[in-house]
Ligand binder design. Structure first.
Ligand code: ADP
Ligand code: MG
Length: 924
């Protein structure tokens, strides 16, 4: 009838709800149920224990206090343990998912403890027997399978991190990560320097590490900055029996069948499968064989760059406004997950990238085909997540239906695509995979499943009438008895003369005769009291049972129970058929996602006029008419047209081998002119190209980038009480230490966060280092106009500036990038635009004229003259100022921010500042 708590004494098991809280009897002994509870809780100390009692999961003791606070539910106190009240709270099973979701999001882990037998079974063992219970599953952030607990459009990864200590002190790490809800299984290895970027790319929902790694002094600060890191006992990360655990998960004799793995990789793999088995309590969700990523197969993008470029979410954490939001035109959840994966990990192999372009190109030219395929895809369910739930025993009838519909849809799409001529390789492979699932499985599901399906197996009614004779018979019996009850109600109303008499049903009383209070007495006096037995009096109603009703109820219950048991049997056999076909179904699911992504990227390209880039192994970077994909789309609704700009960082000189390194562009121009937009759009174009998407440009020719860095200089963030200049310097150091000639570096106004001369010096030295040592392609925006003088000395440095027009003393931004240097900042004009009082503007103009007249008019020229470029190496006529600067650069370059604690970093910064101050004194 309702989800109300069962009433004491009428509950369906001896120790259910009412009896439960009574932990100790009068003599102070612990009740058998509380004994059971304490034992199970002791085995799961790091989890909140959801202890199943009837229609509720109950929590006790500290768990209850934590959950009540976290969920905002009532904390009650019932029973005593060691003479103290036992705090308790409960959640109804129908709403358990919702509460689980909130607890997991808050970083809790939950052990779900179920009743493993019918309470009637326990009663048979004697009145005081406790229903058998045990934990059936641990719910942790990285091991979720329910749609209600997951974001349909994002993967939820569990990552195992294994470490080996090299003899020379160089640590190696193996990363194994899975999405348990889809079965995807990946593997990679890296060193300490690359670790953070790898983890940033994967964005795992949960990371497992050994206690030793978690406690490691050097790694601890980093690990603790990540959400949901679970330290585990050493045995999980034991390399010795790793291969055996791996093989046993996949039910094979040896892991050789999956290829060769290093011991470190095996350790990570074994840790992850062991953790899955422990959290799923022996169930084995279908995982694909681990796929190793070739080292360097993906474009390395560190966390700061990801944030700064707003790839997956904006700086404020939203999906809206991110690059992903702009390019994700997929129509299915698996497609959405795949496009996010591709954006997070662009490729570096031109051939592989080219195959993705081919797939997109197939659909760009044919709008009708695209629309048709997307129409079909839109109706396709999330096959892989449904499959996982079915295999781990959490499937619903609707999950079976999803498999049925998915297999049919895959076959239809395959037929449609096969009719096209000359499919590109990626699509031809997808078509082959779409055909893999056995059509007979879908047919079997179609024959068995009813038209309308309940959300849960336990609700029954999902098997089609006529499918199973025994089931039909049990249902007929059940329904017939219900008709008899209806007839009984009519008869009782007649013999009692109470026309309003009703026969009703609820979970506590079962079937009962219900009359209003005014008629109650009549049934409780002779002669009617011989037939009607009083059960319950409520505010307005009096309730009775009869012998006849009791007998009918038993009959109905038996028939219904039998019908449900038969349905569950049918469910299990269908689920087993589906599970046996896991591999083929997963392949088809992946193929559907690939098609969704290809057609979605084609839609994007066609609608927003993107072009296919040319990609190869050169160091070229030539974008013609490039646009910023996000800013462009934001401007479009206003009718504001985005101004396209060219960018050429290709090595200068056209004879092959004339110059082995790419160019650096130094972009100057006033605030608001579009410098930052221009820088970022080129980084985004590189990312889009390498993930296999067309790009917002008229043409683009890109030699694959292996690492991408993007940094913005910032002013001190006083509100948060820390110097973002420090952060900026640490990050700049990372770039100078890591960028090779295949890297692309974007520096937006570095050195802005400190005094002008410090800032200028650091920016100056940084550019020299990028040009001479890193030799990478770079785009640098600066407001230090002095630096444009560097172009005279650095052969691959090119000055570019944002065109502005002055119009009656006002500045007009043309957003056009042209060769040359900005002559001035137009700061005063911008200030005027912003509405500063006229008197302030006039005064500022006066001050500026004076300053410009003074000696400081050409500090850049002076620097150029004073600072021999190779002072660091040559050093013969180095002045004290040169030495101070080169010492500073050397000290900066020697820093390894990834290996420093925050404290060491800040100390290093102070040391740098002190050094700088000392240098100035000496030279000044
Ligand atoms: P800067 O870094 O030079 O201060 P931004 O790149 O932040 O300037 O650009 C300021 C604003 O100008 C942006 O928010 C955008 O609205 C507009 N803008 C920038 N580039 C363009 C462009 N190429 N076409 C049209 N509008 C642009
Ligand atoms: Mg800017």
């Amino acid at each position: 009838m309702d989800a109300a708590r069962p009433i004491v004494g009428t509950a369906s098991e001896p120790d259910a709800a009412g009896a439960a809280p009574k932990a100790a009897d009068d003599t102070g002994r612990v009740t058998p149920m509380m004994e059971q509870y304490i034992e199970i809780k002791a085995a799961n100390p790091d989890c909140l224990l959801f202890y199943r009692m009837g229609d509720f999961y109950e929590l006790f003791f500290a768990d209850a206090e934590i959950a009540a606070r976290a969920l905002g539910i009532v904390l009650t106190k019932r029973g005593k343990h060691q003479n103290r009240d036992i705090p308790m709270c409960g959640v109804p099973i129908e709403r358990a998912d919702e509460y689980l979701h909130r607890l997991i999001a808050l970083g809790h882990r939950v052990a779900v403890c179920e009743q493993l037998e019918d309470p009637a079974e326990a009663r048979k063992r004697g009145g005081k027997s406790v229903v058998r219970r045990d934990v059936v599953r641990l719910v942790t952030p990285g091991t979720l399978t329910e749609d209600s607990l997951l974001d349909a459009r994002r993967n939820n990864y569990l990552l195992a991190l294994a470490r080996s200590r090299g003899s020379s002190g160089e640590d190696r790490f193996a990363l194994a990560w899975i999405d348990i809800s889809t079965g995807e299984f990946n593997l990679a290895e890296c060193d300490r320097a690359a670790l953070a970027a790898e983890i940033a790319r994967i964005e795992p929902g949960e990371i497992i590490v050994s206690d030793a790694v978690y406690g490691d002094a050097e790694l601890a600060p980093y690990l603790r900055s990540l959400p949901a890191v679970t330290p585990l006992a050493r045995d999980v990360f034991d390399g010795a029996n790793a291969e055996r655990r791996f093989a046993s998960y996949f039910g094979v004799a040896t892991a050789d069948a999956f290829g060769e793995f290093s011991r470190l990789e095996l350790t990570a793999i074994a840790a992850i499968v062991t953790y899955v088995e422990r959290t799923q309590i022996g169930k084995r969700p279908p995982l694909s064989a681990p796929v190793r990523e070739r080292a360097g197969a993906t474009l390395a993008i560190d966390q700061a760059t990801r944030n700064n470029l707003e790839l997956m979410h904006t700086l404020s954490g939203e999906r809206r406004g991110s690059l992903l939001a702009v390019i994700d035109r997929t129509v299915t959840a698996p497609g959405s997950r795949l496009i996010a994966q591709r954006l997070a990990a662009p490729l570096t192999d031109p051939a592989e990238i080219g195959q993705r372009f081919d797939a997109v190109a197939l659909f760009v030219g044919d709008a009708a085909l695209r629309a048709e395929l997307r129409g079909r895809l839109r109706a396709v369910p999330d096959l892989s997540r449904a499959l996982t739930r079915i295999v781990v025993g959490r499937g619903s009838p609707r999950d079976l239906a999803a498999i049925r519909d998915g297999i049919f849809a895959a076959a239809e799409l395959a037929a449609r695509l096969a009719a096209l001529e000359e499919l590109p390789r990626a699509i031809a492979e997808a078509v082959a995979d779409l055909r893999r699932p056995d059509a007979a499985i879908a047919a079997a599901l179609a024959a068995a499943l009813a038209d309308e399906l309940p959300a849960f197996r336990r609700d029954g009614g999902f098997v089609r009438p006529g499918y199973n004779a025994a089931l039909d018979e049990a249902r007929a019996l059940r329904d017939e008895s219900r008709r008899v009850i209806a007839a009984l109600q009519v008869r009782y109303a007649e013999i009692t003369g109470i026309r309003s008499l009703k026969i009703r049903h609820n979970n506590v009383l079962g079937y009962f005769v219900d009359v209003t209070a005014q008629h109650g007495d009549k049934l409780m006096t002779a002669p009617l009291n011989a037939t009607f037995i009083h059960r319950q009096t409520t505010a307005g109603q009096v309730r009775f049972t009869t012998a006849e009703l009791g007998a009918l109820e038993a009959k109905i219950a038996n028939a219904a129970e039998r019908a449900l048991a038969l349905e569950l049997e049918i469910f299990d056999s269908l689920a087993a058929t589906v599970a046996a076909a896991s591999l083929s179904i997963k392949a088809a699911a992946q193929a559907l996602a690939i098609l969704d992504v290809a057609t979605a990227l084609a839609t994007l390209a066609a609608e927003r006029d993107y072009v296919r880039p040319e990609i190869d192994d050169s160091l070229a970077f030539a974008v013609t008419g490039g646009r910023h994909p996000v800013v462009e789309q934001a401007l479009a609704p206003d009718g504001g047209a985005f101004v396209a700009n060219d960018c050429d960082l290709s090595p200068p000189g056209d004879e092959a081998g004339a110059a082995s390194a790419g160019r650096i562009w130094l972009v100057t121009g006033p605030n608001m002119a579009g410098k930052s937009t221009f820088l970022r759009q080129n980084a985004l174009i590189a990312i889009l190209a390498q993930m296999g998407s067309f790009v917002p440009a008229r043409a683009a020719y890109i030699g694959v980038v292996d690492r991408l860095f993007s940094r913005v200089g910032a002013a001190d963030d006083l509100a948060r009480g820390r110097s973002t200049f420090m952060v900026e310097m640490v990050e700049t150091a990372a770039i100078l230490n890591q960028a090779g000639e295949r890297a692309l570096v974007i520096l937006d106004e570095i050195g802005r966060g400190t005094a002008t001369f410090d800032g200028l010096s650091i920016a100056w030295a940084t550019i020299e280092h990028l040009h001479d040592s890193n030799r990478c392609r770079a785009l640098i925006a600066t407001h230090f106009h002095e630096m444009t003088a560097l172009a005279a000395k650095l052969e691959r440095l090119h000055n570019a500036t944002m065109r502005v027009k002055e119009w009656h003393g006002e500045v007009v931004f043309l957003h056009e990038v042209v060769p040359g240097a900005a002559d001035r900042s137009y700061g005063i004009q911008v200030a005027k635009l912003a509405g500063l009082p006229a008197s302030v503007i006039e005064r500022a103009k006066l001050v500026l004229t004076q300053l410009e007249a003074a000696d400081r008019a050409h500090p850049g020229q002076r620097l150029i003259d004073d600072l021999p470029l190779f002072a660091a190496t040559g050093g013969h006529h180095a002045t004290p100022a040169d030495r101070a600067l080169t010492d500073l650069v050397a000290a900066l370059a020697a820093l390894h921010p990834d290996e420093m604690s925050p404290r060491e970093a800040i100390e290093a910064l102070y040391a740098l500042k002190a050094q700088l101050a000392k240098g100035k004194q000496r030279s000044g």
